[in-house]
Structure formats: C-alpha cells, structure tokens
Design a protein around this ligand. Structure first.
Ligand code: SF4
Length: 301
C-alpha cells in the first residue's frame, strides 16, 4: 500500500510544494499551515475558510494525526497533570504538563517504548515499539494547549524514548515547534535529554540550534555507569565529555548533567568528587534527581 503523507510533519516549504503540486495557490498552503500549527486544528473539518472540495482533496491524500485523551491524572500538590494519549495505531504515550511561575512546561515522549535499557527506567521494560513522527510529538504539545487552554512556553523532550535515537524526526519536530509561522516557541525554551549517543550529540551540535541539551549521566565512572546504563558500554565518559565540550563550542549552550541519586550505588563522597571533577572544566549545570523506586526494577532511593 502506498504510504500517505503525514501533512502535519511537513515544513511550510514542503507543504507549499505539495499544495501547489495539486494545482492550488501557494496561499492555501499557508492557510493550512496556520490551521495546523497556530489554531491547532484537530482535523480538516474545522478548517472552515477552506472550500469543501479542497478539504476533501486533502483528506483523500494526507494523514492528519490527532491524539485521543485516554487518561489524565492531576497532582493535588502542584497541579501537575499527567496525560496518557492514544495514537492512531492503538499505542499510547505519556506527556506531563507542569505549571511554573515563569510559564507552562510540557514534557513529551519521543518514542513508544525505548531500546536503551537504562536500569532505573520503567519505559524500557518492553523495549522499543516504534519512533514517534514529528506530528505526534507536536500533537502532545498542541493537545495539552487545547485541553488546558493555556499557552505552553517550555518543552522538554524527556518522557519515554531516547530522542537522539529518533534523530531526524526530532529535528523536524523542533524546527516546526520553534517556527515563527507556528507556535513559535523559543529554541532556548526547548530541552532535549539524551542518555549519551555520542555521534548524534555531534550531529545535533552541528545543527547549531539554541536548545538545551541535558545529558543523563547518572555515574561519574565508567564501571558504575555501565551498571546503570547499557549505552555506557558503547561510549566512555571521556568520549561523552568530549562531545559535551564540542556541543558547547558549536552552540554556546551549557549542557545540563542529569544525575539520579541511587541509594548506595552512585551517591558516595567519592562519586561526588568524581562528578565535580567532570563538571568542573566544562561549562555545565548539574541537576541531582532522587530516583523513583519502580517495582519491576531493584533500585531504591
Ligand atoms: S534512554 Fe530514557 S527512556 Fe530510554 S531507557 Fe534510558 S532513561 Fe528510559
């Protein structure tokens, strides 16, 4: 079966090429783009200033992704909401909405499942199911904006999945999310978290985006990191630090080291000294996170 084009994943340029290819005027593409990325329309039916015939033409040719709200849980403490969304193929993804004084932040997933196998993480238990498309990543931000009725100012790609394992879609997503013709979220308000896929860190640095890159470090020595994160068998901490330095050199953006404190595993004085030695020479931030115990794994806080 011929694969249909996922219309919400197209850049304005690509969309213009598509729409003019159908014999329509270029401004129709801009109208469509506006409906998808500014008015956050959930389907062609809502696009009432486009003719029925044109909408029908689009429906025949293009896939239009939209998420279904499966479940929402709200924290009684700070109003944080956790959403479970259904995708068109029956898979589900989780996104989190957090309200801060400086604006609203959404943490999105980039894959269904994950193949990185970090031992402290529940997302990894069933491995990777599939990558999310750029539109499915956008939809998490768009749907939450619609459901809360509030603008999102920060986006964190730190939910299920390893974003750099879905590099091309991630890049498209970021370009669409930060596009001045769309929601126009500032690149500086986007954070991408990686477990440390070194070649993709170099690729991302070469894109010279103004993102924040957060590195899940979690151990400051190779042996301990290997116990927690299988990716450490592929790339040493030395290689990681070189990639971080390169990222800073290319983008001028400080890396954030994420360090989950796992009781008795990586929280000794020696660990702290090693971490300080790694972080010292680099321009970086260190974020210490207490680990959530998960019953399928054997780590505790
Ligand atoms: S890369 Fe992220 S989502 Fe994947 S297993 Fe590790 S912590 Fe979990």
């Amino acid at each position: 079966m011929e694969q249909r084009t996922d219309i919400k994943s197209l850049s304005l340029e690509e969309l213009t090429e598509e729409i003019t290819g159908l014999g329509e005027k270029a401004f129709r593409a801009k109208q469509l783009y506006d409906w998808m990325h500014v008015k956050l329309s959930r389907g062609f039916d809502e696009m009432t200033d486009l003719s029925k015939a044109f909408r029908e033409k689009c429906r025949e040719r293009y896939d239009y992704t939209a998420l279904e709200e499966v479940r929402v849980q709200q924290s009684g403490l700070d109003g944080t909401r956790k959403f479970l969304f259904g995708l068109s193929d029956g898979n589900v993804v989780e996104s989190v909405w957090m309200k801060y004084r400086h604006g609203n932040s959404v943490c999105i997933s980039s894959q269904v499942g994950c193949r990185m196998g970090c031992r402290f993480c529940a997302s990894t238990l069933d491995g990777l199911e599939r990558n999310l498309s750029p539109s499915e990543m956008l939809d998490q931000v768009y749907t939450i904006t619609l459901l809360t009725g509030e603008r999102v100012s920060n986006v964190v790609v730190m939910g299920t999945g390893e974003p750099l394992d879905n590099f091309d879609n991630l890049l498209k997503f970021i370009r669409l999310l930060t596009d001045e013709n769309g929601l126009h979220i500032s690149q500086r308000n986007v954070t991408v978290s990686t477990c440390g896929i070194v070649p993709e860190m170099y690729r991302l640095a070469d894109e010279k985006l103004q993102l924040t890159l957060a590195l899940s470090l979690h151990a400051a020595a190779d042996g301990k990191r290997k116990e927690l994160m299988p990716i450490a068998n592929r790339y040493s901490i030395k290689e990681l630090m070189e990639a971080c330095a390169y990222y800073f050199e290319k983008t001028g953006r400080r890396i954030t080291f994420e360090y989950s404190l796992v009781g008795g595993v990586n929280d000794t004085d020696e660990d702290a000294a090693r971490l300080a030695a790694l972080a010292g020479p680099l321009r970086c931030h260190v974020n210490l996170i207490p680990v959530n115990p998960i019953k399928e794994r054997d780590f505790v806080q």
